[in-house]
Design a protein around this ligand. Structure first.
Ligand SMILES: [Zn+2]
Length: 71
């Protein structure tokens, strides 16, 4: 699953194959950490506008596993 991210450090946008996406307690969890392909940042990243659209699409297609821990 390739999603578009934006790096919080160098502000560049990049595509990253995160392999799998889950929703755990309303929090998005990526199987692979989307490391910035420009500067290597692995913590300060967020979904770009394009990425948000891609996420919405995947959600709509039921490709994002939702794991809700209700306990
Ligand atoms: Zn970067």
């Amino acid at each position: 699953m390739i999603i578009n991210f934006e790096c919080g450090k160098c502000k560049k946008k990049y595509d990253y194959n995160v392999k799998k996406i889950c929703m755990e307690n309303s929090k998005v969890v990526f199987r692979e950490t989307p490391i910035c392909t420009f500067c290597g940042e692995d913590k300060d990243y967020f979904l770009s506008e394009k990425g948000q659209g891609e996420m919405t699409e995947l959600m709509f297609e039921g490709k994002i596993k939702i794991v809700d821990d209700l306990s």
